[in-house]
Design a protein around this ligand. Structure first.
Ligand code: SF4
Length: 441
């Protein structure tokens, strides 16, 4: 990159899926010869990659756009909120350009038009280094975009369109290149990971010299051959998910499933128009655990959905206990502009929603505490996420970065590197985290 090349700042908001889009954008900019600025001052323009899922996220996005306009002045907006340009222009009429999610070319067109590279294009030296927004040792790998479902509280399908799976060849080639650059853990993400390949009619394709159907099992099985940790997120509990569990039992894939159940009561799930019906969810969970008893399940839930009765909520609490979900996240229901649930009857008062949230989190905390206690005395392989002065912050195979717990391990003797795998014996536990000691072989 020429030292006089224009520099672009990037503010990335939202979920890991948006983070992956930000990485793509940064790398496309670098390929064109632009520099990346860490500060508003140094940047010739700023791209704000927004989140527009909940109204609170929209407010955060509008605030970030406002800050970028104040601090820099030249702002291009992309991401989920970019699908509603009028909404953005109502608050910020002076943004330079607005593009929807994954409209990389529109963002790049606006940048090249407004902030052209002045040096001779034949002499411009695009950067060959690849930028990642996560630490070197783990990477998010997005396998598809969009979603075919129509959950009543969600506007993702209207923002990102129907399911669009990437080819296995392109995913595997990205995975290999991430591994070559130091990734030791791939976090598989999408809106609906279990549905991978459905839009491609599960077509047969040539992968590593074999003819394979484009489906989640074959994809995960091939990724597992890379010899790194593979962790599955956003898996809906369709019957075929059971096929993935033996891969976990054979230690080819981490014994971890992130399954966004959202609720457990059949009537609430019906009103939510969720893709899966819970009648068989408990059976499925126990079937998965009969194949791999170590399986760790993470899930997210929504409390206070319109019309949720006290007994439906209590059903959810009991279900949570019966399902023994290991890691739990919870959202308080809120209306999202454009979602069908806004028009439903039975919206609950904020106090009731808050009360249910508190009760849910307190039950989830008790469960987590109990489940973590069971790990005391056991030995696990952990990855080092951070090296502190007198201890290491590690993470077990049962925990994803940024959302789950940690394993704290005292260390004063040896030099360790972030990303290194260590064997840890668990000595103590708290509500969400573990403490252990290093076993040196
Ligand atoms: S499955 Fe439902 S909640 Fe998830 S992205 Fe699709 S519509 Fe939204």
């Amino acid at each position: 990159m020429d030292k006089n090349s224009p520099k672009i700042g990037l503010v990335s908001l939202g979920c890991p899926k948006a983070l992956v889009d930000s990485e793509v954008l940064i790398n496309k900019l670098q390929t064109l010869g632009y520099g990346i600025s860490q500060t508003y001052d140094n940047a010739d323009a700023v791209v704000v990659n927004t989140c527009g899922f909940l109204d609170s996220a929209k407010t955060e996005s509008l605030n970030a756009i406002g800050e970028a306009l104040n601090e820099n002045g030249k702002v291009i907006v992309t991401g989920c909120l970019g699908s509603t340009p009028e909404f953005i222009r109502d608050s910020h009429p002076n943004v330079m350009a607005i593009a929807g999610p994954q409209k990389f070319n529109e963002v790049l067109d606006s940048i090249t038009e407004n902030i052209p590279i002045k040096s001779n294009p034949f002499e411009a030296k695009p950067s060959s280094s690849y930028v990642k927004l996560t630490p070197r040792h783990y990477s998010y790998l997005k396998i598809s975009e969009g979603c075919n479902h129509k959950c009543s509280f969600c506007i993702i399908p209207s923002l990102r369109g129907p399911l669009k799976s990437r080819s296995m060849a392109s995913i595997l080639s990205e995975a290999k290149s991430l591994v070559e650059r130091g990734t030791k853990e791939l976090l598989i993400i999408s809106q609906d990971t279990s549905a991978y390949g459905l839009d491609l009619k599960f077509e047969e394709t040539l992968v590593n010299g074999k003819k394979l159907k484009t489906n989640i099992y074959n994809l995960v099985n091939e990724l597992a051959s890379l010899g790194i940790w593979v962790r599955l997120h956003y898996i809906y509990p369709y019957p075929h998910v059971k096929q993935l569990i033996p891969l976990m039992d054979q230690n080819r894939v981490l014994p971890y499933l992130d399954v966004p159940f959202q609720h457990a009561h059949p009537d609430v799930l019906k009103r939510m128009a969720r893709p899966s019906n819970n009648v068989h969810d408990l059976e499925q969970i126990s079937e998965w655990r009969s194949i791999n008893p170590d399986l760790s399940i993470r899930s997210t839930f929504i409390v206070g959905f319109p019309g949720e009765t006290e007994s439906e909520f209590n059903f959810l609490l009991d279900w949570l206990e019966e399902a023994k979900i290991d890691r739990v996240g919870c959202f308080k229901y809120e209306d999202v502009s454009g979602a069908r649930s806004n028009a439903m009857e039975g919206h609950l008062h904020d106090d009731i929603i808050q009360d249910r949230y508190d009760r849910f989190m307190s039950r989830a905390q008790q469960l987590s505490e109990l489940k973590l206690k069971e790990k005391i005395g056991k030995t696990f392989t952990c990855v080092i996420d951070s090296v502190e002065q007198d201890h290491l912050i590690c993470r077990s195979i049962f925990d994803a970065p940024e959302i789950d717990g940690i394993v704290s391990v005292p260390n004063k003797q040896r030099y360790y590197r972030v990303g290194e795998h260590v064997t840890v014996k668990i000595k103590d536990s708290s509500e969400y985290d573990l403490e252990g000691e290093l076993l040196i072989s």
